[in-house]
Design a protein around this ligand. Structure first.
Ligand code: ZN
Length: 99
């Protein structure tokens, strides 16, 4: 057994700044990153008696606290990202580059 080098197609999600091996995964990660930029999550307080007197602030995230809004954004963005990819024909262009 040895490690092989595999040349494979990857999908780059620019807002997220990562590559994915499936289009669906890239689209979902990109949509999630765009939502995070638009409505940033707030981390929960690291409560301690000295730090904040145990305020109990649970933080906030669109996904947890406004799930309907989050679902609406996800649907909108994944559809837009998918159709944008189709229009520009990035997949075809990429394939040609590797010929
Ligand atoms: Zn606190």
């Amino acid at each position: 057994m040895s490690i092989e080098i595999q040349n494979t197609k990857a999908y780059y999600a620019p807002t997220k700044g990562r590559r994915y091996l499936s289009k669906q995964a890239a689209i979902r990660a990109e949509a999630r990153a765009i939502i995070e930029k638009h409505v940033p999550s707030i981390k929960p307080c690291r409560c301690s008696p000295e730090y904040c007197g145990m305020c109990g602030d649970p933080g906030w995230s669109c996904e947890t606290d406004q799930p309907e809004r989050f679902a609406r954004y996800m649907a909108m963005l994944t559809a837009a990202l998918k159709s944008k990819m189709g229009q520009r024909g990035c997949e075809k262009r990429m394939e040609r580059k590797h010929d």
